[in-house]
Design a protein around this ligand. Structure first.
Ligand code: SF4
Length: 173
């Protein structure tokens, strides 16, 4: 025990260095996203996140959008607790058989115009869970998807870039 304690004092921590912050890119993206949302909707963007069966890796990146560094709410973009208040459904994970009905009901409860963004490789085609007996498949197997943000998991800047591309897309609803 004493040896273990001593080693924990002299050994370097088993962590990776954090990524260098890109404040300028973050500010540019979030301001552009806010402008695009106001142009499209006349107000800021409300997002409802739905975990349809993910490993929670994608959720960690999505939650990071609300941390002190990204602080998405300072630009008026917020996560809401009900699909009835949402413009965007941000869906993660392969859709499990148990979550299929809940995802359909969440989609139906979201007022139009609405967008569905499938986040992560699993949400695209089942990813590493594709062969599981417990899943239906990617999100588009259950509800119409407007945008896929690939990655395992995609990082917060990729999420913001994807949301911006969605709002700026030609022919968006
Ligand atoms: S894409 Fe990767 S991080 Fe996201 S739910 Fe699938 S395995 Fe987890």
């Amino acid at each position: 025990m004493r040896k273990l304690l001593f080693e924990s004092f002299v050994r370097a921590p088993l962590t990776e260095p954090p990524p260098l912050p890109d404040d300028a890119e973050l500010s540019r993206l979030t301001a552009a996203l806010d402008r695009a949302a106001r142009r499209r909707l006349g107000r800021s963007l409300s997002i409802r996140q739905v975990d349809a069966g993910s490993c929670n890796g994608c959720e960690l990146e999505i939650h990071a959008l609300n941390n002190a560094f990204y602080d998405l709410e300072r630009f008026g973009i917020r996560f809401v607790a009900s699909p009835r208040h949402a413009d965007v459904l941000l869906v993660t994970g392969p859709v499990t058989k148990n979550m299929r009905d809940a995802l359909e009901r969440t989609y139906n409860a979201t007022p139009g115009p609405k967008w569905v963004v499938a986040v992560g490789d699993c949400a695209f085609d089942g990813g590493c869970f594709a062969d599981s007996y417990a899943i239906v498949g990617g999100v588009s197997e259950v509800v119409p998807v407007d945008l896929h943000i690939r990655g395992c998991p995609p990082n917060p800047l990729q999420l913001l870039t994807g949301l911006l591309a969605l709002l700026e897309a030609e022919g968006a609803k």
